[in-house]
Design a protein around this ligand. Structure first.
Ligand SMILES: Cc1cc2nc3c(=O)[nH]c(=O)nc-3n(C[C@H](O)[C@H](O)[C@H](O)COP(=O)(O)OP(=O)(O)OC[C@H]3O[C@@H](n4cnc5c(N)ncnc54)[C@H](O)[C@@H]3O)c2cc1C
Length: 389
């Protein structure tokens, strides 16, 4: 009989880890308080992060000393899923642009078709009209079109023998759970379930707007274009005066417009916010998400975006833990059970989902990751649903 493993949580980390282990031959059961498909108003559940991702596969807003390894493992699975036409996986020409010279993050070295932008080409790259200097780069970026990808992931897990039990786990019942190994993917639920060595538990609140039925934004080569754009701080900044970014990620079901990165502490509803808000359906969000995106989209794509459009706001929490401890991917013994933690992914839980799942598999299999990776790939090829979209 194959070994039983319990996963706590059914966000993207829980489902991806459970599916990976299931495909590698384990018998998995997910115990979860909430399931994505049951939730009709996501703004009532801001702590359930997997209701919100935009979802670019870029390691933004996350701390981990294993970032390169986790990202590259994830990226390779996402590319494979793309080849297999797994629902929702697309690739855009993605720009990251600044009006002041940025530090170049390491992940630039890991992206395909990376290219620095040049001022001479400013007319052909996303920008606001009065700008003379632009810095940054473009690369091929994977996106997971969330309304397609997440349900397909869940279905793939269930179709392959996975089980989901809807139940809130408490510290008291951990010792009674019917498996010797537990993977903790409970996100913001983690510090109440297990002791966490960090004294600070930071969350980064993010605002999004969905504009339904908006067209894909394409360049003259017919490539779909998306961007993150950071203007001078005088145009858009956080509460500390640091320049902040807006973004537009075109998807089949419209545009996802962002963003904000407001820091707060888990358990407290206080956020470092700056002024200048629009309000829709009682949700206040930084006005530059509309105003600046609107200028950029009008300038390059000659397409309109206005606060008068039908826009659906969302606000969710990225649980980043803190800079010192960051993503928690380690094991310990609790109530005589082996517990492997997988939480604190900040703004990169989708991005790192496969990498984290493979790293956990490596710990369980005591096997070189390359072979787990190869087995996973060959199993995925057998089980991916046919994409009818
Ligand atoms: C605005 C916004 C934009 C984002 N954009 C991106 C992006 O572009 N790219 C990207 O990679 N990431 C992005 N993210 C981050 C990403 O959404 C998260 O990192 C990811 O969803 C975390 O998933 P998770 O499964 O670890 O946790 P969660 O999705 O929070 O899931 C936790 C699960 O645990 C369950 N649970 C909690 N406590 C208990 C308990 N006691 N008993 C049983 N079950 C329990 C919950 O019910 C839930 O099912 C974004 C996040 C936000 C908010």
């Amino acid at each position: 009989m194959s070994e039983q493993i319990i996963i706590i949580g059914s966000g993207v980390s829980g489902i991806t880890t459970a599916l990976t282990l299931q495909l590698l031959g384990y018998d998995t059961t997910i115990y979860t308080e909430k399931v994505i498909t049951d939730i009709s108003n996501k703004n009532e559940h801001p702590k359930f992060a997997s209701l919100f991702p935009s979802a670019s596969v870029i390691p933004h807003s996350v701390y981990s000393d294993q970032l390169k390894k986790l990202f590259k493992r994830s990226q390779s699975i996402f590319y494979e899923l793309r080849k297999l036409a797994f629902p929702g996986i697309t690739i855009n020409k993605h720009y990251e642009l600044w009006e002041s010279k940025p530090n170049r993050p390491d992940y630039c070295n890991w992206m395909l078709n990376y290219e620095a932008v040049s001022d001479t080409d400013i007319e052909n790259i996303p920008h606001r009209p009065p700008v003379d200097n632009l810095y940054g780069w473009s690369f091929n970026c994977i996106f997971a079109d969330w309304s397609l990808y997440m349900p397909a992931l869940l279905d793939t897990y269930l179709q392959n023998g996975g089980t989901i039990r809807q139940k809130k786990i408490t510290r008291k019942i951990i010792s009674d759970l019917p498996a010797e190994t537990i993977i903790n993917c409970s996100g913001t639920g983690s510090p109440s379930l297990f002791d966490d060595p960090s004294d600070k538990q930071l969350v980064v609140r993010g605002h999004l707007l969905h504009k339904a039925d908006a067209p894909l934004l394409t360049n003259p080569n017919g490539e779909v274009v998306s961007y993150n754009y950071t203007p001078k701080p005088a145009i858009y900044s956080d509460s500390k005066g640091k320049a902040a970014d807006v973004y537009c990620y075109p998807r089949k079901d419209g545009w996802i417009l962002g963003g904000s990165r407001q820091v707060g502490t888990l358990g407290s509803e206080e956020w470092q916010v700056s002024d200048n808000y629009h309000e829709i359906e009682g949700i206040r969000f930084p006005k530059q998400i509309v105003d600046l995106n609107s200028e950029i989209i009008k300038t390059l794509f000659d397409t309109e975006l206005s606060i008068k459009d039908e826009l659906t706001p969302a606000v969710g929490y990225r649980y980043i833990r803190n800079k010192k401890d960051g993503l928690r991917l380690e094991s310990e013994t609790v109530s005589n059970k082996k517990v492997i933690h997988n939480y604190g992914h900040g703004g990169a839980g989708v991005t790192l989902s496969w990498g984290c799942a493979l790293t956990i598999s490596e710990q369980l299999l005591s096997q070189e990751i390359d072979s787990a990776h190869d087995v996973l790939l060959s199993e995925i090829k057998k089980v991916v649903p046919v994409n009818s979209s």
